[in-house]
Design a protein around this ligand. Structure first.
Ligand SMILES: Nc1ncnc2c1ncn2[C@@H]1O[C@H](COP(=O)(O)OP(=O)(O)OP(=O)(O)O)[C@@H](O)[C@H]1O
Ligand SMILES: [Mg+2]
Length: 342
């Protein structure tokens, strides 16, 4: 955790974003009114169980949600409240403007680096291509830039490695190349979707510290998606906890760990192995499974699994979403507790 930068600038403001997948089986509300801000020079950790909408959020920002998925409501404002404001939700995904944003202003790091890389070309050729897509420089300059990028992401002997094919590299080196690809357009925002899940623990720690260093050096607004509270503790400045297509809690990282407001956040924290736990103590898990977004429960979407639910209030009424830019939880119990304190 670090100090808030002197000049705090919102790079991207997501407001009330809703995404649906429509099929013959019905409508799946994958995102149901998501709001949050990404700040320059800060890391937003996005956490939640499988299926809660983390990847759909990332893909929506880059306008990579494929049919039958579509954005049905909301705005995604680059440079909000400035003369340069652009609403990404209003752009044609194939437009020139959106292609400039994708990879240029916003870089994406995938869980599996081969998603971004081709087996048929050397890593050098692929990075050079990515560099040239977003800047008007000569082939020789782009090659130097590619070598520089490989050096920045900690690849040894980049002048030689530039000629390697992805399959000649270890998983850790491949993910470093994936990060170099994401940085090729010199983006101000980077979205990393579970960037270390496929790696062993040691490599995972190295890649995370690389990401943190680059984020700080380049003042990047980083959105880091993970299901791992340990990664959140190491990396995040702010945290958005997602459940069934909603942000159910948002707060600076120290508040999330010290005073979690939402029973779901508390349950996620209980599921983290603790160094203080007695040996062989069972890891606490969250009771029940995440319902499919196609069969969303009435009321608060978490109420059927919530150990602290308040009966009819929680099963019949939907708690207010967390307003963007403020700490809070979308939960009736948390609202009452907050009122009691205030
Ligand atoms: N192509 C698709 N067609 C239909 N529904 C989809 C599609 N992609 C995603 N969804 C729905 O959106 C929901 C959110 O999916 P998403 O991939 O964002 O979850 P996630 O939080 O990234 O989970 P994980 O931790 O497993 O990666 C899923 O439960 C799924 O029902
Ligand atoms: Mg995902």
């Amino acid at each position: 955790m670090r100090q808030i930068p002197m000049v705090d600038r919102v790079a991207l403001a997501i407001r009330d974003l809703a995404v649906q997948f429509e099929s013959e089986q019905g409508i799946v509300r994958a995102l149901d009114g998501v709001s949050f801000d990404l700040h320059a020079g800060r890391t937003l950790g996005v956490v939640g169980e499988s299926g809660c909408g983390k990847s759909v959020t990332a893909r929506s920002i880059l306008r990579l949600v494929d049919r039958p998925g579509r954005i049905t409501a909301g705005r995604m404002l680059l440079d909000p409240a400035t003369p340069d404001e652009i609403d990404l939700a209003a752009l044609d995904p194939e437009s020139r403007k959106m292609r400039d944003v994708r990879g240029g202003r916003i870089g994406l790091i995938f869980q599996e680096p081969m998603t971004a890389l081709s087996v048929h070309y050397t890593v050098g050729n692929q990075i050079i291509e990515a560099v040239r897509q977003h800047s008007d420089i000569s082939a020789a300059e782009a090659r130097n830039r590619a070598i520089e990028l490989l050096r920045e992401v900690g690849i040894p002997r980049p002048e030689t490695r530039i000629e390697s094919y992805p399959f000649e590299l270890s998983g850790g080196l491949r993910q470093r190349v994936g990060i170099a690809m994401a940085l090729a357009g010199d983006p101000e925002i980077v979205i990393a979707d579970e960037p270390t899940t496929a790696l062993d623990v040691t490599t995972q720690a190295q890649i995370l510290s690389l990401l943190q260093r680059l984020q700080q050096e380049k003042n990047i607004a980083l959105m880091l998606i993970t299901h791992d509270m340990g990664v959140i503790a190491e990396m995040a400045d702010d945290v958005a906890v997602m459940y069934l297509g909603r942000v159910v809690e948002f707060a600076p990282v120290h508040e999330i760990f010290a005073t979690p407001r939402h029973p779901y956040t508390r349950a996620l924290l209980r599921a983290v192995p603790s160094i203080l736990a007695t040996p062989r103590q069972r890891l606490s898990t969250i009771g029940g499974a995440v319902p499919h977004p196609g069969s969303r429960p009435s009321g608060c979407p978490f109420h059927p699994r919530c150990p602290e639910q308040l009966g009819a209030l929680c099963s019949e009424q939907v708690p207010k979403p967390v307003p963007a830019g403020r700490s809070g939880a979308s939960c009736f119990k948390a609202e009452r507790e907050h009122e009691a304190v205030a």
